[in-house]
Design a protein around this ligand. Structure first.
Ligand code: GDP
Ligand code: IMO
Ligand code: MG
Length: 428
């Protein structure tokens, strides 16, 4: 059985928690896109872990892999591994595999990320400044340094110099002095460490598939941040949707796949871009405080708003989501009334999808339906029958609006605080 965990909104839906929860029964957990712009939080009893590059299954002592669709910052990776090791998490070449054809993020990419934001002057995207966009640009531009290049120092040196040459005019225009030889030496000194994880990952993943192993594909970001289907240009630079698992890992099996759409019971967004149901009042502040909505990576305050069924329904179709996992239901506990967006109005016309044109972004007006809250605590509830009546009705109404079953409901950050509504874990 294969499971893909994909965010259905603008990221931070609780993917890390759900991957950790499901990984207890998995044989391999694989990241397939994004990079250390991701921040996945896992809570196990009193321990809180924040992962950026490593698959969340590593906390459960599972075999994990980073696919070629990811852009890998070697410095960030080493940091993350060493920090986790200090916390007693075992990581070595027996349980971490990295695709040898993965493209690297170098310090130059972080600088370019900042320069590109500066150029947008007043219309910044609000990136995480981790160099994600520039690294993907170099990948598509066919000049990226890949993990496999670290085995060949002369080739590596030549490629780094070529890369610097390509960006030289932009760097000198911005008076940035970067030394290619220094980056080369630094990278070379880390090559033995990095090479120990490097394998033709596509082979391993397909072998796992053929041997009926359970693989969990861990998405980063959310579908509305997808480079093609998101709110372009206010998106990340990778395809975040489930279709990317095949390109981002080389896995060829399209069968026996459950695609879990991780979905917050309300909506949040970090960084710039359209957000039709955004709240600018005390309810928005309340969601932010109770939901602890601060960015895992950049510590920025997340923008908060009501649940948008138009957007989630669109994600369900684009991803082929088979089951929705509704997270953070408990954050709505104190509200007397809860609104849900059931459609859009643009220039007086009704619309049942998020339009592509930037021209429309500021014109989208949400049409809301109001539900009565339950005004009691759902924190930590792990049985469907224990939820208050109005909370059950809220979940069921969302199912009707998004036309998909909600199979898992999350009522707290800990793996124990999870309702397996239809017993989908039993399939594992
Ligand atoms: P991810 O990027 O999708 O993995 O999500 P983040 O980890 O960035 O943000 C989700 C936050 O919500 C984390 O702090 C989680 O610990 C927390 N969280 C996850 N599920 C729940 C839940 O059901 N209730 C509450 N209150 N917090 C949750
Ligand atoms: P997880 O996996 C929320 C957002 C940034 C910015 C835009 C582009 O934790 O859900 P980038 O640095 O990728 O070029 O920034 O994308 N963004 C995220 N927002 N969660 C994330 O990851 C994000 N990763 C990137 O805030 O708006
Ligand atoms: Mg996050």
């Amino acid at each position: 059985m294969f499971y893909t965990i994909v965010g259905s909104q603008w990221g931070d839906e609780g993917k890390g928690k759900i991957v950790d929860w499901i990984s207890s029964r998995a044989d391999l957990i694989v990241r397939y896109q994004g990079g250390n712009n991701a921040g996945h939080t896992i809570k196990v009893d009193d321990n809180l872990y924040k992962l950026n590059l490593l698959p969340s299954g590593i906390i459960n002592n599972k075999k994990c892999a980073i696919g070629n669709g990811v852009v890998l910052d070697p410095w960030a990776l080493i940091n993350e591994i060493e920090n986790l090791k200090k916390n007693g998490i075992n990581i070595d070449k027996e349980n971490l595999f990295i695709a040898d054809n993965i493209c690297l993020i170098l310090p130059i990419h972080k600088i370019l990320d900042q320069i590109n934001e500066n150029i947008r002057e007043g219309d910044e995207l609000g990136t995480t400044k981790k160099g994600i966009g520039p690294a993907y640009e170099d990948k598509v531009g066919r000049r990226a340094i890949r993990l496999c290049d670290l085995k060949y120092p002369e080739l590596l040196k030549k490629k780094i110099h070529e890369l610097f040459k390509f960006h030289s005019s932009k760097l000198s225009l911005n008076k940035i002095n970067l030394n290619a030889d220094e980056i080369y030496s630094d990278l070379l000194s880390k090559s033995e460490y990095l090479n120990s994880f490097s394998i033709p990952l596509w082979k391993l993943i397909n072998d796992y598939g053929k041997n009926n192993k359970t693989i969990v594909f861990e998405g980063a970001q959310g579908s509305m941040l997808d480079i093609d289907f998101g709110t372009y240009p206010y998106v990340t630079s990778s395809n975040t949707i489930s279709g990317q698992i095949f390109c981002g890992t080389g896995f060829g099996n399209k069968n026996n796949h459950k695609i879990l759409g991780i979905t917050k019971a309300y909506t949040t967004r970090v960084g710039a871009g359209p957000f039709p149901t955004e709240l600018f009042d005390e309810i928005g502040d309340h969601l932010g405080i109770i939901g602890k909505e601060f960015g895992t990576v950049t510590k920025r305050k997340r923008r908060c708003g009501w649940f948008d069924s138009v957007l989630v329904k669109q994600s369900i179709e684009i991803n082929g989501i088979t089951d929705i996992v509704l997270t953070k239901l408990d954050v709505l506990d104190d509200l007397t009334n809860i609104k849900v967006c059931i459609g859009y109005e643009v220039d007086g016309q009704k619309l049942d999808y998020f339009p592509s044109g930037e021209f429309y972004y500021n014109k989208i007006k949400p049409i809301f339906k109001t539900f009565t809250g339950w005004e009691s605590s759902t924190v930590g509830i792990n049985k469907w029958e224990d939820l208050p009546k109005n909370a059950k009705e809220y979940v069921q109404s969302l199912e009707n609006l998004i036309k998909s079953k909600i199979s898992i409901v999350s009522t707290g950050p800990d793996r124990k605080e999870t309702i397996d509504v239809n017993g989908i874990l039993l399939d594992l």
